[in-house]
Design a protein around this ligand. Structure first.
Ligand code: UDX
Length: 437
């Protein structure tokens, strides 16, 4: 098939590359000329393991353009994977999706299936269908059928997630569209679950928000562990062994970030409230996460009273490892709080520093950037671990002591076994586990 994918962000680019790898002729379209220039040169604008390699291997089936008329003219099927960012009130911004639909209709004399991969609130695809129908104005040739096909990939494992999904969710309005989507996904070894448009849209939000809820829940249990003297690793392992609960997404920490959970929880909260049916668990999930991001600063303040003048090595800025993405990363809040409290933050991240520096320019004595984790630790009063990059766990407890003197490590991602710090001279504080003095 000739497939055009509108939007070469995480979802769009990964989908384009994977469809090309499966033998389709794929055009990737974007308004960002710099990005398209990179893609034309065979370079991935995203830091995503394996993506550039598969792009190279599928090059003969893949081309990129900024010219939407050229991109849409011969497509048998169009995928829309443009952003739906959060608006000030928490609702989803749909103008990029609607602009893409306008351009699709404008570029073609005949209709084709339009598959919406962007995360859109329940009811949106039906509205897009009405919009296309109005534009077609009764002309059967120009009828576009809207299909919903939400994407569940995670950054850092995006290729594997798209190649080997747990399930493929497809929302349709006709058996013809259902067969087409079943055919497209036949080479993928995963169940294709066909349903109505609105249910498919809601599966995406309900799944992301449930995972976010699971994280906020375990974080609250971790905070209770701190109070009653239990160990969250034991509690989470015991809970996760029940297959009805499952062991995944029970890692306690300083809260979730990223491009989906913060945005999708707020969007569902907004939507449910608009319908007069507030989902209280989602509201609580958001509140718990907001508070959780401040936990390390609160723990350090509890011990020291004031953090003014303290030199704090901040290890990890991205919202999770193996990405350069800072969207809603807890580090943004933590560094802002440390600055406001008069502390000196010395930052290191293997990938996230250039983007972080645009938000927090270097300012000696306030926000400083180090060349390595160890350089950040040298002479610091405390270390805050905010992202569980693998390289951080190779720093031995004794090294903290040697680099920092009277060392205090606040581990916001439970990277270490607390016992490793026994007798090291380092005070080790983590999430929901006993402090090691
Ligand atoms: C998420 C969903 O997993 C994915 O299905 C959806 O399509 C997009 O949103 P992503 O944001 O890439 O993917 O990362 P994910 O690995 O889910 O982590 C999100 C955040 O939750 C990170 O900040 C991570 O540190 C945090 N997290 C995750 C926890 O704090 N504890 C956990 O147990 C799991």
């Amino acid at each position: 098939m000739n497939i055009t994918v509108c939007g070469t962000g995480y979802v769009g680019l990964v989908a384009a590359v994977v469809f090309a790898a499966k033998g389709h002729k794929v055009v990737g379209l974007d308004i960002d000329e710099a990005k398209i220039a990179m893609l034309k040169a065979g370079k991935s604008p995203l830091f995503e393991p394996g993506l550039e390699k598969l792009m190279g291997e599928s090059a003969e089936n893949l081309r990129f353009t900024v010219d939407y008329r050229d991109a849409y003219a011969d497509a048998d099927m169009v995928f829309v994977a443009v952003p739906t960012p959060e608006k000030a009130d928490g609702s989803a911004e749909l103008s990029y999706v609607m602009a893409a639909c306008d351009q699709i209709a404008e570029s073609r004399s005949e209709g084709c299936p339009v598959v919406i991969k962007s995360t859109v609130p329940p009811g949106t695809n039906a509205r897009i269908q009405e919009y296309f129908d109005e534009m077609a104005d009764g002309c059967a040739n120009r009828s576009f059928e809207v299909v919903s096909n939400p994407e569940f990939l995670s950054q850092g494992t995006a290729l594997r997630d798209m190649l080997y999904p747990s399930r493929i969710i497809v929302g349709v309005q006709s058996e013809k569209a259902a067969s087409l989507m079943r055919e497209l996904y036949r080479p993928f070894d995963a169940p294709v679950m066909v349903m109505d448009l609105c249910s498919a849209e809601l599966v995406k939000y309900a799944s992301n928000d449930f995972l976010a809820l699971k994280i906020s829940y375990i974080n609250e249990i971790a905070n209770l562990c701190d109070v009653v003297g239990a160990d969250i690793e034991n509690v989470a392992a015991g809970m996760g062994a029940d297959p009805r609960i499952g062991e995944k997404f029970l890692r306690a920490g300083i809260g979730y970030g990223g491009s989906c959970f913060p945005k999708d929880t707020k969007a569902l909260h907004w939507l449910s409230t608009c319908h007069g049916h507030e989902i209280k668990t989602i509201k609580a999930t958001i509140e718990v996460n907001t508070a959780q991001k401040t936990l390390l600063v609160a723990k350090a303040e509890d011990r020291h009273g004031s953090l003014a003048g303290k030199r704090i090595a901040v290890l990890g800025l991205t919202f999770k490892p193996n990405t350069d993405d800072l969207r809603d990363a807890p580090s943004l809040d933590v560094v802002g709080m440390l600055r406001d409290k008069g502390a000196v933050s010395v930052l290191f991240d293997p990938c996230g520093m250039p983007a972080f520096e645009r938000r927090y320019p270097a300012q000696p004595g306030v926000v400083e950037y180090a060349e390595s984790a160890r350089a950040a630790l040298a002479g610091a009063d405390m270390a805050f671990i905010l992202t569980e990059w693998e390289e951080f766990s190779s720093i031995e407890p004794e090294e903290y002591a040697a680099l920092m003197g009277a060392a205090e490590v606040y581990d916001g991602r439970n990277v270490y076994e607390p016992a490793a710090f026994g007798g090291s001279g380092v005070r080790y504080i983590s999430i929901g586990r006993p402090v090691v003095e």
